[in-house]
Design a protein around this ligand. Sequence first.
Ligand SMILES: CC(C)(COP(=O)(O)OP(=O)(O)OC[C@H]1O[C@@H](n2cnc3c(N)ncnc32)[C@H](O)[C@@H]1OP(=O)(O)O)[C@@H](O)C(=O)NCCC(=O)NCCS
Length: 319
Amino acid sequence: MRLRRWCHAMNDNSEGEVSHPLAIEPVTSDSRAAFVDWCLAHGVEHDDSYTQPPDLALFPTPGEIVALALLDRQVVGAAALMVDGFADAGLGRFRILHATRAEAYGPLLEWTLARTPAAVRHVYCFLPEDAAAAQALAPLGFSPTRYAVVLERAAGPVDAPSPPPGVEIRPASADDALAWTAVINEAFADAPGHYPMTEQRAREHLADERVVASFLAWRGEEPIGVVAVWRDEQAGEDAAEIATLGVVPLDQGRGIGRALLRQALAAAEDAGLPRCSLSTSTVNRPALGLYTSEGFAVVDTRVCWGRDVDGRAAPQRPR
Ligand SMILES: CC(C)(COP(=O)(O)OP(=O)(O)OC[C@H]1O[C@@H](n2cnc3c(N)ncnc32)[C@H](O)[C@@H]1OP(=O)(O)O)[C@@H](O)C(=O)NCCC(=O)NCCS
């Protein structure tokens, strides 16, 4: 209903010329290139976690709901809601929800939510703190639900990893997918936005060509910690990103996270990537304490904007 009302409004043309109303169209093989171009041009104004060329090469993920907003047959916005994996936790994450015309946000959102599987109860995206999109999302029921910081570490010496006695850190490969899955699901069980890792996803993740190095911490045959370093071409040819660092709860606070982080930093440096970034929640005190004590400094803040599919805004969490 509302979509039609929007379209009607857009059809009014005071000059009396023929105009093409705002239209929301699914992305097809014909319009795939236009969608990708939109993400490359605007992902960075929005949330560039999934809009860089290697991510777009894998687009769409299974079940992804994707649309373009067209005005006078020109693309003025795009929406893509990823549900694969996320839906297992009742979530949908926008790869992009961005328009250059504010009036396109409502129809794009409405079109997307009308096609969202029932399992998805909450949708979200991350925006820079001063993103213009926030002004368009707030009236649509989105509110800030949590905050994340991006931290960077300049090239510099890395102290030797020193895991506690009885713990060994070894390189991980796709053959370790089961162990990787078990550690991730335990370590991140309470992390907001976490959805269950599966062996298949872990295998793909560990075999991803952007992964420079990945390590598992073992106590005997028991996997207890993980870390992965990714190439971060967006940030420069010498830049790495630590995308995953986790220790199972019973072994936290024993120096294993620090040892894994140092191992990852050393591997990045060996691969010619001495600059490193990562992100974490502003309320994750253990992670923030670890990162700042290993030379990382906060360079940016990201705001998670979310709303329930049924329209209720999510409760705000502390910064
Ligand atoms: C963050 C995490 C990886 C740290 O690993 P860990 O093995 O527990 O950390 P370590 O024992 O090596 O401690 C390293 C530093 O972290 C900080 N830290 C660890 N636990 C802490 C706590 N409970 N409160 C505050 N700071 C803490 C301290 O600065 C500590 O250094 P110190 O012992 O010299 O004071 C671990 O807590 C974890 O897996 N958390 C859940 C998953 C997660 O949030 N991962 C990070 C995503 S960005």
